[in-house]
Design a protein around this ligand. Structure first.
Ligand SMILES: *Cc1c(COP(=O)(O)O)cnc(C)c1O
Ligand code: SF4
Length: 341
């Protein structure tokens, strides 16, 4: 190399440089018409709507590309397409099924279980899942900003029995690297926090988010980092997701998955077995298989407990123990998640 003129790489100012994931997020599909068109589906024959202004359709284009064109029953499509059944009012289904708004010591901070606390850091998500139990959640009240965030940090600092902080949302990885750095900077002052757990669907639906900025942020953490990705169907895992998982694993992240059991999406043993195998191939271990939280507008996704147990028994027959997730339900007021088997 000697004798050559060194190449001078111009420094790009942070503000001028929009990460790829942010532009992908900005150009996510937001209309039913466009989504059906991309999938070559006839808008006359697919029942959609109504327009849900509080929780509109949102799906990154990379995720749409994993759907099968021409298939109105595609398991990825069913998770994001608003359908008329969402307006049904179902007995026993609530707006705040976990009664989270009543268990917050500080807005945004949930301390229900021993040793760990959960902080909702944003209401935003890269995708809008129609079954989401937080679809009616008052995020604007619950996201710690400024003074509220300081209160959450004070609470965590004062409770020396909390060793693990779970960042949740919304989706924590919809925050920018700058915002994540700000949050983690304050957490680093709390020496009894050993583990930072991030619950996120972003690496699955927008793997572009796992970029050098995020990997740098992870490398700088003093806590152990656990990431629980939210993947419901084997078709969600394509090569871009596998690459993202490999990069996270290389950065030392422990990778786990939680799924929600969803009618017509993943409620058969074969699909669940393939999901576990596909996750394992991507370096991710199955952690939870959740029964749906009973939130208004999601009843059409429910699988009853008897069937859920049968499907789970089928998984146990066909998979090694370490690829069988725990079948759980979240009950308001319980000291942990309720094991269904
Ligand atoms: C699920 C959950 C946790 C974590 O529970 P684990 O059993 O550790 O996975 C913690 N806090 C809240 C509020 C939760 O809902
Ligand atoms: S990514 Fe998670 S929090 Fe966001 S809409 Fe989907 S299920 Fe809800």
């Amino acid at each position: 190399m000697s004798g050559k003129t060194p190449v001078i790489i111009p420094r790009i100012h942070e503000a001028e440089h929009t990460p790829v994931w942010q532009s992908e997020l900005a150009r996510a599909v937001r209309s039913t018409e466009e989504l059906l068109q991309l999938l070559a589906l006839d808008p006359e024959s697919v029942k959609t709507g109504p327009r849900t202004d509080g929780f509109p359709l949102r799906v990154p284009r990379g995720f749409v590309r994993r759907m099968q064109a021409g298939n109105a029953q595609d398991p990825l499509l069913l998770q994001v397409l608003p359908v008329p059944a969402e307006t049904a009012t179902t007995a026993g289904y609530q707006l705040d099924p976990l009664q989270e708004t009543t268990t917050m010591p500080v807005p945004g901070l949930l301390h229900k279980y021993r040793g760990r606390a959960l902080l909702t850091v944003t209401g935003a998500c890269a995708i809008h899942c129609r079954y989401c139990f937080r679809r009616h959640f008052p995020y604007t009240d619950a996201n710690p900003t400024g003074e509220q965030w300081m209160n959450a940090v004070r609470y965590l600092g004062a409770h020396t029995d909390i060793h693990e902080l779970i960042l949740s949302g919304g989706d924590p990885l919809s925050l920018t690297d700058g915002r994540l750095a700000q949050l983690s900077g304050q957490l680093d002052t709390i020496s009894h926090l050993h583990t930072l757990r991030i619950h996120t669907r972003t690496p699955v639906v927008l793997p572009e988010r796992i970029d050098s900025g995020l990997l740098d942020w992870i490398a700088r953490r003093s806590q152990r980092v656990v990431m629980v990705i939210h993947c419901n169907h084997p078709n969600e895992i394509d090569d871009s997701v596998i690459t993202a998982m490999q990069q996270l694993a290389q950065a030392g992240v422990t990778l786990l998955n939680q799924s929600v059991l969803l009618k017509a999406v993943n409620d058969d043993t074969g699909t669940l077995v393939r999901l576990s195998e596909r996750l394992f191939a991507a370096g991710v271990l199955p952690y939870y298989l959740h029964q749906l939280d009973r939130v208004q507008g999601a009843a059409h996704f429910e699988v009853d407990d008897l069937r859920a147990r049968k499907l789970h028994a089928g998984m146990r027959e066909r998979l090694p123990g370490y690829l069988v997730p725990r079948l759980v339900r979240e009950e308001p007021g319980a000291p942990g998640k309720t094991l269904l088997i």
